[in-house]
Design a protein around this ligand. Sequence first.
Ligand code: SF4
Ligand code: SF4
Ligand code: FES
Length: 254
Amino acid sequence: MSYEAHFKVWRGDADGGSLVDYTVTVNEGEVVLDIIHRLQATEAADLAVRWNCKAGKCGSCSAEINGRPRLMCMTRMSLLDPAEPVVVTPMRAFPVVRDLVTDVSFNYAKAREVPSFVPPAGVGPGEYRMQQEDVGRSQEFRKCIECFLCQDTCHVVRDHEENKPVFAGPRFLMRVAELDMHPLDGAAEAGIDRKRAAQEEHGLGYCNITKCCTEVCPEHIKITDNALIPLKERAVDRKYDPLVWLGSRIRRRA
Ligand code: SF4
Ligand code: SF4
Ligand code: FES
């Protein structure tokens, strides 16, 4: 069954813009991205939108639908009230390029600040052995599709541009946590202190575990419970447990 929906889509660029009203046909089974494509095909050929897979896997079509960060390709029209306008706006935490397309390069810069996995000394590729429990733990984080909806929703940067230089955001604090939990990561031996960096370089202390990032993650990764809280616990243990502190000093000196 088809119906006519009222869409309000943000149109503009870095210099400013506004919501533009459209009346557009919706067919059974369609998602918000289908409607945006129909607008492009009918009444707004120059509407800018980023997308790729239309299957919730490339992480490109992130936007805000009725104020909530979501993937447009995974938001079914049947979830939305047909009597109410559907408001589609670009992600608020990032600068607008045009219409629904934002500049997400902040995230790539933050990704580069996290030192990658350090292969353990004396163990060759193919010789790595890990407990299944450890494999499972990091596999949850590896489901990330880099849609940056968690980054967009986190209040630390959403309305506070000034925090961006000192806060990596949930996606990249999760990356630090993943590496810090990795039983084969040789960062400490290579002089890289991931827990200290989490606190002092990536802004772990700004996170007050509100779980908003977890709520919007389309991969249902428990970012707060399984990455951020354990990372906070490990960083605090290191700082306040005298034995752990002494051990780290001795290791550093050695
Ligand atoms: S739990 Fe932390 S990282 Fe996640 S949204 Fe809240 S403050 Fe941001
Ligand atoms: S953790 Fe979830 S919300 Fe954040 S970038 Fe990855 S998939 Fe997107
Ligand atoms: S188009 Fe790939 S996640 Fe939506």
